[in-house]
Design a binder for this molecule. Structure first.
Ligand code: TYM
Length: 338
């Protein structure tokens, strides 16, 4: 028990905005079950974050179940880790307000994701989109999480959470653990298969640019065969000059465990067609067990509802203690007999 308590906390979240991409999987979710042994892990379907972009209510509800099923299918065990839906724990929104009062407008204005998303949706640059990183900081700080397993696109947000925590501690005394991003050495940024200098994203208009975890094996192979490479025909890892080929090699490395040197040797002189097919096969094989688990779990609503309920209770109980402490520190009057 003593040792259990000494384990550090890991927190991560994913938005329920459609099927996960191969980028979500390699950059984040695939690593989540691996951390369950060394850390006390907390994983959330962050539905409140998803509202920063317009959502159709019935679709959001459906996708929330799908995201939860996919997290479980990836190997996260709700007996070992806390798994819950963000809107089921009001502490996140409550803490978010306190943190907002400790965050500067200038800091939020510098967030590259805000700049990108507001350029992409100029008709809906809402307050939530701007203050999103504060809610994300609340997700993390509500559990005093130390390690945040994310892809490299979330690094800036985790660093902001750390700065907010540091500032709060300086103003009110030691309260929050300072979080740090856990970014995988390979696959922290899986690139688009069509424009390999851009991140792979499910919001891309070109469906051939991303692999979805829900894609069947023919679709996966077809998308890899169409992947944009270059014209010199040499399989060599060079992200600067050969982003397409390097992206394919990165994906292959993740699923085969081979080094870039071994991959270069394996495909020496054979052309890109063979590489694309091998990458496609490695992805199909790696995703097959996750996909069949996903179908099984998603069909069991009673089970998913019970995971949500248990997770929400645990998450709320855990984070309420931290919120109470924060409320005391900032000077809110505590109700007597609480
Ligand atoms: P989201 O839902 O956009 O993505 C979920 C995770 O997938 C990673 N990711 C990628 N990794 C590698 N290559 C890619 N092409 C790629 N695309 C996405 C993301 O880095 C992320 O780790 N704000 C977060 C969700 C969030 C969160 C949190 C994360 C909310 N609160 C607290 C950690 C801690 C987001 O929108 O992720």
């Amino acid at each position: 028990m003593e040792k259990e308590n000494a384990k550090k906390i890991v927190f991560s979240g994913i938005q329920p905005t459609g099927s996960f991409t191969l980028g979500n999987y390699i950059g984040a979710v695939r690593n989540w079950p691996l951390l369950q042994y060394e850390y006390n892990c907390i994983y959330s379907v962050v539905d409140q974050h998803a509202l920063t972009v317009r959502q159709e209510p019935a679709t959001l509800r459906k996708r929330t179940y799908e995201a939860l099923a996919m997290i479980l299918a990836s190997g996260v065990d709700p007996e070992k880790s806390m798994v819950f839906v963000q809107s089921h724990n009001p502490v996140h929104s409550q803490l978010s307000w306190i943190l907002a009062c400790n965050t500067q407008f200038g800091e939020l204005s510098r967030m590259t994701q805000f700049k990108d998303k507001s350029a992409k949706h100029p008709d809906n640059v809402n307050g939530g989109l701007f203050t999103y990183p504060i809610l994300m900081a609340a997700d993390i700080l509500a559990y005093n999480a130390h390690g945040i397993p994310v892809g490299s696109d979330q690094k800036q947000h985790v660093e902001l959470a750390r700065n907010i925590a540091q500032r709060f501690n300086a103003n009110y005394g030691e309260t929050f653990v300072l979080p740090e991003p856990f970014i995988p050495a390979v696959g922290a940024k899986i690139m688009s298969l069509q424009e390999p200098t851009k991140k792979m994203s499910k919001s891309d208009e070109n469906i051939n640019s991303f692999i979805l975890l829900s894609d069947d094996k023919d679709t996966i192979m077809r998308k890899f065969k169409r992947a944009v490479t270059d014209s010199d025909g040499v399989v060599k890892y060079d992200t600067e000059n050969k982003p397409g080929v390097s992206n394919l090699m990165g994906i292959y490395k993740v699923f085969t465990g081979k080094s870039f040197e071994e991959i270069e040797k394996e495909f020496d002189g054979v052309g890109y067609g063979v590489l694309k097919e091998a990458v496609g096969t490695s992805v199909i094989e790696a995703l097959a067990p996750v996909q069949s688990e996903y179908t099984r779990i998603l069909s069991d609503r009673t089970y998913l509802d019970s995971v949500m309920k248990n997770g929400a209770e645990k998450a709320q109980r855990y984070s309420q203690r931290i919120l109470d402490k924060v409320y005391r520190k900032v000077g809110f009057v505590q109700l007597k007999n609480k």
